[in-house]
Design a protein around this ligand. Structure first.
Ligand code: EPU
Length: 336
């Protein structure tokens, strides 16, 4: 059933937990219901925004239009071979419930992405990533409804134009399609990706299996990233900047320990967390917003922060990183 609520508090519906509300809040449980919703006058006459788990959003004020949320929740095997299983997952399924399901069935591909907050629909828009894996690595196709026509359209992985935390759904087609399900291809004979950071150390030398990898990823994440129920946050607030090698080499003369990941033979990615940390931002506050002490890339709602507190802190960090290193860092979080 479609549910329509008015003046709905969003405090528990986004992970910064700011005291904001939405004029209308609409939830649907199936593709058919979404099509009905898109044909309503309410949607035709007001701006609207599709949200998932609200784990990558910064509401800068109350939302004046309609917030849409998918409750399409199913996990269904659609085909399999000796090596692979193709699983179709509804957009409203909690991402980590899907990872847990894959690991329990001993199907590989999603385990490095354990405990990432949010829902399946957003995973395909955002190209979520962690510990050397991005969700695009396991996506086969993405099923959507076009907002303008309320008709179905399937995007093959290649059509999604995936990049680092990026896709066609964030750029050219932003707001034009709503993801209803994602088809992932998982491996019956897992290939492990353990070379990122301290993942291999966290796993240790015992038996290696998908559950062991999942447990290690969860342990690392819990040690660095704050639980939004303790301190509201949206994970990494900024993206890691990609800079020319020449600029990196100049920085390296001044900061010999600056870490980097090679992108191609002209570009390198540097961790924004390192830049922010070395600039002295750890624990710094603006009103109720603070830089997390265990991961400087994460801004937290430490003490009844307002959206303004978070925006001010973010802007001050951006300005200082530009002045100190000549690098412009960009928010990963969407300002609404
Ligand atoms: N570092 C510092 N100070 C800090 C934190 C980190 O100097 O406060 C240094 C670390 O020592 C390391 C480097 O920065 O050399 C990178 O740190 P980390 O491995 O924690 O990863 P990250 O680049 O900061 C990215 C993702 C995370 C993801 C991790 C692990 C982005 C924007 N963030 O963070 O994703 O969990 O790698 O793969 O790409 C998210 O998107 O919300 C998110 C948490």
């Amino acid at each position: 059933m479609v549910t329509i609520e008015e003046n709905k508090s969003l405090q528990q519906l986004h992970t910064f937990h700011l005291p904001v509300s939405s004029r209308w809040f609409v939830e649907y449980q199936s593709v058919e219901e979404l099509i009905d919703v898109l044909n309503m006058d309410l949607l035709k006459q007001n701006p609207f925004l599709q949200i998932g788990g609200g784990s990558n959003l910064l509401f800068t004020s109350d939302y004046k239009g309609v917030i849409l949320h998918s409750k399409i929740k199913y996990i269904e095997i659609i085909s399999e071979t000796a090596d692979y299983v193709n699983v179709k997952v509804g957009s409203g399924v909690t991402w980590d419930d899907f990872v847990e399901y894959a690991v329990k069935n001993k199907w590989g591909g999603a385990e490095n992405l354990s405990l990432i907050p949010g829902e399946v629909g957003a995973s395909a828009v955002q190209n979520i990533g962690a510990y050397g894996v991005e969700v695009k690595d396991i996506i086969l196709w993405v099923e959507t409804i076009e907002v303008a026509s309320a008709k179905e359209r399937i995007f093959k992985k290649e059509d999604c134009l995936y990049g680092y935390r990026d896709s066609i759904f964030k750029k050219e087609l932003k707001g034009k399609y709503i993801v209803t399900s994602v088809v992932y291809q998982l491996r019956k004979n897992p290939e492990y990706h353990l070379d990122y950071g301290n993942l291999r150390d966290a796993i240790g030398s015992g038996d290696l299996n998908l559950q062991v990898v999942r447990d290690a990823v969860i342990k690392i994440r819990r040690s660095k990233l704050p639980d939004p129920d303790d301190y509201g946050n949206a994970g990494s607030f900024f993206m890691n900047p990609v800079i020319p090698i020449s600029q990196y080499n100049q920085l390296k003369e001044k900061y010999p320990n600056i870490p980097h990941y090679s992108v191609d033979n002209q570009l390198v990615k540097v961790p924004a967390a390192w830049l922010i940390d070395k600039a002295g931002w750890k624990n710094k506050m603006s009103g109720g917003a603070a830089v997390h002490d265990k991961q400087c890339l994460v801004l937290i709602n430490k003490n009844n922060a307002t959206a303004n507190d978070i925006m001010t802190l973010a802007q001050n960090i951006i300005d200082s990183i530009k002045e100190l290193y000549g690098i412009i860092i960009k928010p990963e979080v969407n300002y609404i």
